[in-house]
Structures are given as structure tokens and as C-alpha cells.
Design a protein around this ligand. Structure first.
Ligand SMILES: Cc1cc2nc3c(=O)[nH]c(=O)nc-3n(C[C@H](O)[C@H](O)[C@H](O)COP(=O)(O)OP(=O)(O)OC[C@H]3O[C@@H](n4cnc5c(N)ncnc54)[C@H](O)[C@@H]3O)c2cc1C
Length: 393
């Protein structure tokens, strides 16, 4: 058991942001502190492969990675605590349950708020343990198998991948992808949008409608297969039997709304941070926010969330060890992406050959493994199927 005098650096949210910090911390921990990650889910969820796993069966298990190996079982180094954070106070986080060794709250000298965002299924699920997550994926597999004319609403990365996966696996289905803008993924080079459009059109035969929006009924579309006619803003009608919405990202910033309302962007409700990634509230210089939950020019991807978190942690470590003022986070500012578009097909924006280029070739597609690199998550978390999960701690 760690000594009673040990202090905590706490992270709320055990996803990509937290992994970045956990791995950096494990390399160079401080004797005075341990890293506590508060996460409501039992397993790290490898969402990158959810669009594929919502269509194809066989690798769902590999997308739910146990947390138990992350700190090598060394509680003095860090712990992943399974609980929902219910309130943030100046130096404590309150929990929704009793946690052995902590009780109903965890104190901190520094906090990194990394609670991410909520998006509609099948990009994310309201599933808090592995079995429930697998059942959600299988539910979507069943819906998609039954549907003859699925309509995917929203041509962000999730919508594009889902449309491609469905048409690749079920070439006989009529798949439509509708997107509100005239091109895809504006944070990347225009050529990425063009290559994606061409691959969806020519190789996969996905019907694409761009520059138009569907009218979404109050309460959303039903999660069932039945014929419906969807209308669009430009006056089109689309016959479908399954409309899947892949738009709408809501920041999980509610705890900050209560604790430090001025920190939230008045319109978007994402958390506003200083260049140093401290929240924009002079009262709390020891509280940082990173990842998808913040208002930031970085593209909302796992690798940016990871880098921001490492930068925030470094500022905290510098302050603890030398009292140094926090340094501004320097974004790499190079948006990189690999979009998997079904088996052995992909488009990418990469700088791995030097200049920033887009590629959409046979070689890129062939390099993508079936589970879309889920094995990396197992390596980061030092997990094996036998490692304990986060259910009973
Ligand atoms: C389908 C899909 C595919 C993607 N593919 C890629 C990709 O290929 N490459 C890439 O770089 N990015 C990809 N992304 C984006 C990437 O997943 C996100 O940018 C990244 O997950 C953001 O990480 P985060 O840690 O900021 O937040 P999140 O991943 O949103 O995690 C937040 C965590 O906080 C937890 N949490 C929230 N509130 C509480 C609370 N009150 N108490 C306890 N825990 C809480 C949640 O359970 C969650 O685990 C993809 C996203 C999706 C949805």
C-alpha cells in the first residue's frame, strides 16, 4: 500500500489522453506523487475499430482492453480507479461509489480533466463494461445485416468508415452516405477528400450526397430496420430502412460547468484552456484540460489528445520539481489520418515519407490489419487476456 503521505495527480477520463500521461509518467515518475486515473468504464475501448466491428463479427473481444497492467500492478506508481466522477472541487474529485483505498472522493494537487466527448452509436456506446460493449456492437451487426438500404448521416471519419465497411462486407446492399458539406474532412488536404470520394464511388459503389442535410426527427431515427422515407433540406427524398446518425459531438464538460462555468465556451460548451493547457480560470492554475473535451485548433484525434496530455503532465511535473512556470503546449500542427475503407482499402494523409502527402493505394490498404491496430492498445496498456480488468477494485 502506498504511504499516507503520497500525493495524487488525478486524471478524469481513462482514454487516449490518459494513456499518453500514464506512459510518460511510468517512464519518469516522481517519488512524491502517484497518477490516479478515474474512469467509469471497466475496459479501455478501442473505438478506432468500432465502425468495422459494428459491421463484421469476430474481433470484438480485442477492442476492450483491461486496465490492470497499465502501471504494472504498482499502486505507488499509479492506479486506474473505476468510478464516475460526480463533482470537481478545488482539490478533490467526488465519486459515485465507494472505492477501496479512497472512499467516495480522491484528493489531488493537480488535475487533468480529460472526459472527452459523447457521440452517437456506433462511434461510442453507453456501455460501461466489456460485455455490454460487445452486445452493442453485435446489435449493430444485426441491424446492418438485416437492412437492405442503410443511410449513413454525416461524412466525418466515422460516417465514411461505416459506409465503406458496410458496402465492402455487403456489396449487394444499397448504401447511401449523406454529408452536409461539399467535401469531406476539411482539416486535411483537399486531396484526401477527393481520394475518399473516388474510392467510395468507384471501388465501393457507395451512393454519396454532399452539400445537403437530412431532417432528423425529434428524438432521432429509430434503432430498428423498417422502411422510412427521409427528406433533405434541398428537397430530396431518400428511401431507407435504417438511418444511422454519425453527427453531433457533445463535450463531457458538465462537471466543469458546475465547478468553473467561465471555463466553458459559451456556445460550444467545450472547455477553454490557456496556451499552457491550464483551464481558463485564474483561481485554479493547478487544473488542466486536454483532449477532445477542449476548445482547440488541434484536430480531435487520439494522437493530439495524447500529446496534449503529455504536455500538461510535463508542466505539472516541472512545477512540482522546480516551481517552473508552465510552458505553452506546442502543437505539432500536422493532422495525420488513416481512414480504413473496408478490407485492404484505405486512404491516408501521412508524413512518414517526408513531405505531407495523401495516399490511397493498394499498398496503404494492405498494410492495415483486420483489427485496425487494436494490438497497439494492448501494448500501451501492457495487457494480456489474463490481466485483471477494472470491474472490482
Ligand atoms: C469511431 C471512432 C474512430 C476514431 N478513429 C481514430 C483514429 O483512427 N485515429 C485517431 O487519432 N483518432 C481517432 N478517433 C478520435 C479519438 O478516438 C478521440 O480523439 C480520442 O478518443 C479522444 O480521447 P480523449 O481521451 O480526449 O477522450 P475520450 O476518448 O472521449 O475519452 C474520455 C473518457 O472519459 C471517461 N469519462 C467521461 N466522463 C467521466 C466521468 N465523469 N467519470 C469518469 N470517467 C469519465 C469516458 O468513459 C471516456 O473513457 C476516432 C473516434 C471514433 C469515435
Amino acid at each position: 500500500m502506498p504511504g499516507a503521505d503520497i500525493k495524487n495527480i488525478v486524471i478524469i477520463g481513462g482514454s487516449y489522453s490518459a494513456l499518453g500521461s500514464a506512459l510518460a509518467w511510468s517512464q519518469a515518475p516522481l517519488p512524491s506523487h502517484r497518477l490516479i486515473i478515474i474512469e467509469q468504464k471497466s475496459h479501455f475501448q478501442y473505438v478506432y475499430a468500432f465502425p468495422r466491428a459494428a459491421v463484421k463479427t469476430g474481433f470484438e473481444e480485442s477492442l476492450f482492453v483491461p486496465y490492470g497492467g497499465l502501471f504494472g500492478g504498482d499502486d505507488r506508481l499509479g492506479q486506474v480507479v473505476r468510478a464516475k466522477a460526480t463533482a470537481v472541487k478545488a482539490n478533490t474529485v467526488e465519486l459515485d461509489r465507494e472505492v477501496p483505498g479512497f472512499g467516495r472522493s480522491i484528493s489531488f494537487t493537480h488535475l487533468i480533466y480529460a472526459a472527452g466527448t459523447t457521440i452517437p452509436a456506433p462511434g461510442h456506446f453507453d456501455a460501461y463494461d466489456k460485455q455490454a460493449g460487445i452486445e452493442c456492437l453485435k446489435f449493430y451487426q444485426g441491424l446492418i445485416e438485416q437492412s437492405q438500404k442503410p443511410l449513413i448521416i454525416g461524412g466525418g471519419a466515422v460516417g465514411i468508415e461505416l459506409a465503406a465497411e458496410i458496402k465492402d462486407y455487403y456489396p449487394e446492399k444499397e448504401v447511401t452516405l449523406i454529408h452536409s458539406r461539399d467535401y469531406y474532412l476539411p482539416a486535411y488536404k483537399h486531396s484526401l477528400s477527393q481520394m475518399t470520394y473516388n474510392m467510395l464511388k468507384n471501388t465501393l459503389k457507395v451512393r454519396q450526397i454532399r452539400g445537403d442535410r437530412v431532417h432528423i426527427p425529434e428524438g432521432g431515427f429509430p434503432h430498428e430496420v423498417k422502411p422510412i422515407v427521409v427528406t433533405t433540406k434541398n428537397g430530396k427524398t431518400i428511401e431507407t430502412d435504417l438511418a444511422i446518425t454519425c453527427i453531433g459531438m457533445t463535450p463531457n464538460s458538465n462537471l466543469m460547468a458546475t465547478f468553473s462555468e467561465c471555463t466553458l465556451h459559451p456556445k460550444t460548451k467545450f472547455i477553454q484552456v490557456k496556451p499552457t493547457l491550464q483551464i481558463r480560470d485564474e483561481r485554479y492554475p493547478h487544473i488542466y484540460a486536454v483532449g477532445d473535451v477542449i476548445e482547440h485548433k488541434d484536430v480531435k484525434t487520439g494522437h493530439y489528445a495524447w500529446n496534449q496530455s503529455v504536455a500538461a503532465l510535463q508542466n505539472i511535473i516541472n512545477e512540482i520539481t522546480s516551481g517552473a512556470p508552465p510552458a505553452p503546449y506546442v502543437s505539432k500542427d500536422i493532422p495525420l489520418i488513416k481512414l480504413a475503407l473496408g478490407d485492404k482499402k484505405a486512404v491516408t494523409q501521412t508524413n512518414s515519407l517526408g513531405p505531407l502527402i495523401t495516399l490511397g493505394s493498394w499498398i496503404v490498404g494492405r498494410s492495415v490489419p483486420d483489427d485496425l491496430y487494436a494490438n497497439f492498445a494492448w501494448l500501451w496498456l501492457k495487457a494480456t487476456p489474463n490481466v485483471p480488468d477494472n470491474v472490482e477494485r
